[in-house]
Ligand binder design. Structure first.
Ligand SMILES: NC(=O)c1ccc[n+]([C@@H]2O[C@H](COP(=O)([O-])OP(=O)(O)OC[C@H]3O[C@@H](n4cnc5c(N)ncnc54)[C@H](O)[C@@H]3O)[C@@H](O)[C@H]2O)c1
Length: 428
């Protein structure tokens, strides 16, 4: 070591730089096994997350050493389309607006499509993408009602038969710390999970007040985050992340939901301010799900689980000493890793991925909690999945994606559900 001179250091640095640049030229072919054909990307939904996810997709391509081009973008609103065109320096002809603009993306030569609209549109847009043979990145949540969630599971199965990859934006599953915690739990670090608490307590992220002359459809679409018919309510739209971790760590979905919630503060829309749901996972395992969107209160976002021999707080695992492999992810940040894995799976390198069922089940878990809180009834998993006699089985909130496409949108009441009364939401 002592004989390692400055000249040696410069030589070594030059060699390693040469190795890096050789990797950049040949990496796609030789190291990653993903081929050299330029990737073409399409984007449906050009809001905050759509543009964010597209940027992260481009970063993933850089890491993998492959060229990429955004060939089509779609949004209901031209100002959102324009923002994406400007951010990514895309030709204006590749931008499309309107409720049917997603079809321009599915008809384009995009190999991959990112879907980041409000979740009520996801099942229909995913269907069009799978039909058109696209590899898909679907933002969470993926539906707002049981019919939509089951549709996504069905589409996942069709995608498998067509060799298509589906990755979801449940980014904790692409995070090295969460993956390590899951590996430790599986290796017996805390024994059997017997209970836990998962929460997302914060404030209303944003509202978009109605403007004079704005149509019902446009008002609902601009202010989607505050209407259950478009967002699923915040238990679905936001808290789905923790519910996904609960299903993932426990290894199954809940058997039933006994929920409550209410509203006093929200300024617009028809959602609740808070939910508290006892989720029974069977075999005596109960998870308390709580979420609140009220400013000025104690905030907590996270997951804790208690096991027979230890416990977890966030990704910290306390219990038996277990040895698990160190996890290092090429993408680094989870929201880039999602795209690294999407591309590798689609291009036949890496693990083949199809996350449709897992994200649809996380979405359905949130929907089950919401239905229980809105109606004041016990909701069973089978009522959402197989029991056709249950009124919850066929629940489909309207206006839905087809209503928006056909211009048949009615304005839902800006009032919340009243537990103990009949089903308050208009359903097909
Ligand atoms: N994984 C995460 O951490 C994360 C973070 C934020 C949001 N999200 C999810 O991403 C999705 C989008 O959220 P956002 O924050 O970007 O919202 P946003 O309001 O910023 O963007 C949504 C965009 O979709 C457009 N849109 C609405 N309906 C459409 C349709 N039928 N066709 C085409 N475009 C349509 C809107 O005009 C808007 O530009 C939601 O499902 C949300 O839950 C995920």
């Amino acid at each position: 070591m002592n004989n390692f001179t400055r000249r040696d250091f410069v030589k070594a640095a030059a060699l390693s730089a040469a190795a890096v640049s050789t990797f950049n030229i040949l990496g796609a072919q030789t190291v990653n096994g993903i081929g050299t054909q330029k990737i073409k990307l399409g984007l449906i939904g050009c809001g905050g997350r759509g543009k964010g996810a597209a940027g992260q997709f481009l970063q993933a391509c850089k890491i993998l050493g492959i060229e990429v081009e955004i060939v089509a973008v779609a949004d209901v609103f031209q100002d959102r389309v324009q923002a994406a065109l400007s951010q990514f320096n895309i030709d204006a002809l590749r931008g499309h607006s309107g409720y049917q603009a997603y079809q321009k993306v599915t008809q384009s030569d995009a190999e991959f499509v990112i879907m980041a609209t409000p979740p009520n549109f996801r099942p229909r847009h995913l269907e069009a993408c799978v039909e058109a043979g696209k590899h898909c990145f679907i933002e969470k949540p993926v539906a707002v009602d049981p019919v939509g969630a089951r549709k996504v599971i069905e589409l996942g199965e069709i995608a498998k038969t067509k060799g298509l990859t589906i990755v979801a934006g449940t980014q904790r599953r692409y995070d090295a710390k969460y993956q390590t915690a899951k590996a430790k739990i599986d290796a017996g670090a805390i024994g059997e999970i017997v209970g836990g608490v998962v929460s997302w307590n914060g404030q209303v992220p944003w509202i978009s007040l109605r403007k004079p002359g704005q149509s019902d459809a446009h008002y609902l679409t601009r202010n989607w985050l505050n209407f259950t018919e478009l967002s699923g309510d915040h238990i679905v739209e936001q808290h789905v992340h923790q519910l996904d971790v609960a299903n993932w760590f426990i290894g199954r979905t809940p058997v039933s939901f006994n929920g409550m919630g209410g509203r006093a503060r929200r300024e617009t829309g028809n959602q609740f301010d808070f939910f508290s749901v006892d989720m029974d996972y069977g075999d005596g395992v109960h998870i308390h799900s709580q979420c609140r969107q009220i400013a000025g209160c104690y905030n907590r976002i996270g997951e804790s689980f208690r096991g027979t021999e230890g416990e977890t707080i966030g990704t910290k695992v306390m219990g038996n000493d277990v040895s698990v492999p160190t996890i290092e992810l090429e993408g680094g940040a989870s929201m880039i890793q999602e795209h690294v894995e999407l591309i590798k799976s689609a291009r036949g390198s890496g693990t083949p991925l199809n996350c449709a069922q897992a994200v649809a089940e996380a979405t359905l878990t949130a929907i089950g909690g919401r239905i229980s809180a809105y109606t004041g009834q016990l909701v069973r998993w089978v009522d959402l999945t197989v029991n056709e006699k249950s009124p919850f089985y066929s629940m489909q909130l309207t206006p839905n994606s087809i209503d928006f496409e056909h211009g048949e949108v009615f304005m839902p009441a800006e009032a919340p559900a009243i537990p103990g009364k009949a089903i308050q939401f208009r359903v097909r």
